[in-house]
Design a protein around this ligand. Structure first.
Ligand code: 4NP
Length: 143
């Protein structure tokens, strides 16, 4: 199973999702951003610091941009918000049937329909709380 986490910049939410989920699973993981602004950069410092306080280290990750070829390379593509999902779907090759989900689909008990962007909200711990809940639900579904 190959899972790709996607957000806008690939420096806050999707690397955090990958960093949390990769500790729980045997699935192959990666992350990408729909925008190319931060390509090659490590995850955002304040995001890494909040995650490190919970024992997560994803300082090895580097941002890359989501591409159409990701539809062929992954079994499951997970966006963080509706805008990500729209940007992902806009690149879907014709005839491709790869499953695309919102991360919050895996944590319906939270009542959240998106992972709010902590780059703007500055609520890094709130984002991590939600990401941990979603990762647990994803683990329950795919192992
Ligand atoms: P992310 O957050 O999509 O969770 O990585 C963002 C990080 C940077 C920017 C936007 C969102 N930015 O505009 O630079």
């Amino acid at each position: 199973m190959k899972v790709l986490f996607v957000c806008l910049g690939n420096i806050c939410r999707s690397p955090s999702a990958e960093g949390v989920f990769r500790q729980m699973t045997a699935a192959e993981t990666d992350s990408a951003g729909t925008a190319g602004w931060h390509v090659g950069k490590p995850p955002y410092g304040p995001m890494q610091e909040a995650a490190a306080r919970r024992g997560y280290d994803f300082s090895d990750l580097r941002a890359r941009q989501f591409t159409q070829s990701d539809f062929e390379r992954f079994d499951l593509i997970i966006g963080m918000d509706v805008s990500n999902l729209n940007d992902i779907e806009a690149l879907r090759p014709s005839g491709n049937a790869t499953r695309v989900k919102c991360f919050t689909d895996y944590a319906p008990h939270t009542g959240m329909s998106e992972v709010p962007d902590p780059y703007y909200t500055r609520d890094f711990d709130g984002a991590l709380d939600l990401i941990e809940s979603c990762a647990a639900g994803l683990k329950a579904e795919i192992g």
